[in-house]
Design a protein around this ligand. Structure first.
Ligand SMILES: Cc1cc2nc3c(=O)[nH]c(=O)nc-3n(C[C@H](O)[C@H](O)[C@H](O)COP(=O)(O)OP(=O)(O)OC[C@H]3O[C@@H](n4cnc5c(N)ncnc54)[C@H](O)[C@@H]3O)c2cc1C
Length: 607
């Protein structure tokens, strides 16, 4: 009989959020709250396991007293038991302190065979609490589980399928373990009447900090290694030039075509110039960038981060180093120099060519302890986020997720800014006391430096006798890369298109421009276009030379996914649509008039 614990989070409804002006923290009390939607998949996964193997499903949640509403929802779906971990002393916890607290509650419940989390929480989007809880508990972790294949209760083993952006792995792991499940792993069930009635009168039990024997110095805001110092509306980054097609259709369309062409040619050289900033401080240790690699090749997002971290290293008057963990890594070391590293720290993990959370956490932690970097920047890829999470617990430091802007203040502190609360605000976060400061970065936001002919010191460590609890049974490279990531021009279509058939005119335009079509969330949700073409916070973050938003209003969740575009162009018939405040060039007009005219004029100009 399996013992399963699901850890869920209640999240504030994004539309009703308020920030406390004194503490800069999100005010949760009094704000309508909902169960974090990805956690429904964690509950469903647990219920399916119970149906197949028998067992008990206990759901836990940490948060203010109103959290019992979401726990009751879990009971209504079919969970057996529910606990709310609630105590004022836990308020303001970052993921380090939250995962510690959740791990204490799991210990108090006597542990479990399988502990399941949703892949992410839609308010914070860190993807850290699941893997970090596993690390506190000292058990193996598999984030991004797409399928639970089978459980061998007798031998306490489980077989899973893990999917990242680039690969699918079939792995065998021992129980107990922590997994996080992806949103496409299952379809959560609706509660039935019997479940709803049971939930109504169900006694959700409460745990205080004392009930779970939590060390008071490890919980809450004071214990959290990372601190929010500022919460602000997202910065305005563009000054729009707008024309009205209702006044002059042909003139505005010709102007737009000239802007598209200018944007394409202007771009290619502009990224080549780097102006070295004056240092604002001097730190003694290097800034590291983790080189995420798959099948022997560096992932391009690591190279983008080298570009972002170069400026931070120069502001801190220190060296920019790459850290490479793995076996057969010469090619990766060369690539790190080519894209700007001054030096490379290489942890050679004999026998572990590909990422393995146990082995790589151990190896990276050894390198950190030996060479004490000031900060480590990780790309926002699945494996790098999982590794950063477990390593931050092992070396006892703070981890700031999904950053989009970096700066160094006059005191020499690294300021890391990230979209928060569904992109409604940006938070600037520091890690004042723990080192190294660790950050993951949003993919597609930063630009790599142009390749250069560069070499530098390689500091190599042979790391022997690494152990892993993860057995790789099968490894498949994903052939299908999301083509939105690689496109020079992306055309985004929104609800203004009215119906699925009309998308054809945008596809015609895309063919003329050699562009890839993306969509806003409602279109993907309605099945009008594949989910992997959704652009935005819960879709793909894109960074083309030109993004053309057609019939898209410019909701913040869409905007956060397109900020990496070098130029943004909008076509919308509502002059007050927010997209016009967030674009470089815009045409106010009916898309059903403007787009056919664009296609016609492009045809004439190319004839
Ligand atoms: C947690 C969360 C995550 C989300 N993640 C994403 C995400 O990843 N990506 C995403 O896109 N959204 C996301 N959303 C949804 C987002 O909030 C918006 O609802 C969505 O982006 C709106 O899509 P839209 O612009 O296509 O539709 P609408 O907001 O309905 O806008 C349609 C636009 O079309 C214009 N229009 C209508 N007719 C015409 C015409 N004939 N010619 C020209 N213009 C016309 C209208 O003026 C309007 O501005 C998320 C929401 C939440 C809560």
């Amino acid at each position: 009989m399996l013992k399963i614990i699901v850890s869920i989070k209640q999240v504030p409804d994004a539309d009703d959020l308020r920030i406390d002006p004194v503490t800069n923290n999100l005010v949760r009390e009094g704000v309508p709250a909902v169960m974090n939607p990805p956690d429904l998949h964690a509950i469903e996964a647990a219920l399916q396991l119970r149906e197949k193997y028998g067992g008990i499903v206990t759901v836990i949640s940490m948060g203010p007293p109103q959290g019992d509403i979401s726990l009751r929802e879990a009971i209504a779906m079919g969970a057996d038991d529910a606990y709310l971990i609630t105590d004022r002393a836990m308020a303001g916890s970052d993921t380090w302190a939250t995962s510690y607290t959740v791990s204490r509650a799991i210990e108090k419940l006597g542990g479990a065979d399988i502990i399941i989390f949703g892949r992410r929480a839609v308010d914070g989007e860190t993807q850290q609490v699941g893997p970090q809880t596993g690390k506190w508990l000292g058990i193996p972790v598999c984030a991004y589980t797409k399928k639970i294949l089978d459980v061998d209760e007798k031998n306490k083993k489980i077989r899973l399928e893990k999917e990242t952006e680039f690969e699918i792995e079939t792995i065998e792991m021992p129980m107990p373990l922590v997994i996080t499940v992806t949103e496409d792993s299952n379809t959560p069930r609706e509660p039935d009447l019997e479940g709803m009635l049971r939930a109504k009168t169900f006694n959700v039990k409460r745990f205080s900090k004392d009930d779970i024997n939590a060390d008071p110095s490890m919980i809450g805001l004071a214990a959290s290694p990372t601190k929010v110092i500022r919460v602000r509306p997202p910065p305005k980054m563009r000054n729009a030039e707008i024309k009205n097609a209702n006044d002059d259709l042909k003139g505005s369309v010709d102007w737009l075509i000239s802007k598209i062409k200018e944007s394409m040619t202007g771009m290619k050289t502009s990224s080549g110039v780097y102006e070295k900033p004056e240092p604002v401080t001097k730190v003694d240790h290097d800034i590291w960038v983790y080189m995420d690699h798959y099948d022997g090749n560096v992932n391009s997002t690591s190279l983008e981060i080298l570009g972002a971290a170069r400026r931070v290293a120069d502001l801190m008057n220190t060296k920019l180093a790459a850290v490479v963990i793995g076996d057969e890594i010469d090619n990766i070391i060369d690539t790190a120099f080519k894209y700007g590293a001054d030096r490379v720290y290489a942890g050679v993990t004999e026998g572990y060519k590909n990422y393995d959370n146990d082995a790589y956490t151990e190896a990276l932690s050894l390198m950190i302890k030996k060479y004490s970097p000031e900060a480590i920047f990780y790309p926002g890829t699945s494996n790098a986020r999982e590794l950063a999470s477990t390593t931050a617990i092992q070396v006892n430091t703070g981890l700031i997720a999904d950053c989009i802007i970096f700066d160094v203040d006059e005191k020499g502190q690294l300021l890391s800014t990230r979209p928060d609360f569904g992109g409604k605000e940006t938070s600037t976060i520091i890690c004042p006391n723990n080192r190294p400061i660790m950050v993951t970065t949003r993919s597609g936001v930063f630009s790599a430096m142009p390749p250069m002919d560069k070499k530098g010191d390689v500091i190599k460590e042979d790391i022997k006798d690494l152990k892993t609890r993860i057995k790789l049974l099968e490894y498949k490279k994903l052939e299908k890369r999301n083509i939105l990531n690689d496109a020079d021009i992306v055309i985004g279509v929104g609800r203004g298109i009215v119906n699925r058939d009309n998308i054809g005119i945008v596809e015609d335009l895309a063919n003329r421009l050699g562009a890839v079509v993306g969509v806003s969330k409602p279109l993907a949700d309605m099945g009008w276009y594949p989910k992997d073409r959704q652009v935005g916070q819960t879709g793909t973050t894109i960074h083309p030379n030109v993004y053309i938003a057609i019939g898209i209003s410019g909701a913040i969740q869409h905007l956060v996914g397109i900020q990496g575009s070098k130029k943004i162009i909008a076509i919308n018939n509502d002059p007050s649509a927010p997209i016009f405040e967030n674009c470089d060039y815009g045409i106010v007009g009916d898309l059903f008039t403007v787009v056919p005219e664009l296609i016609k004029r492009l045809g004439e100009q190319n004839a």
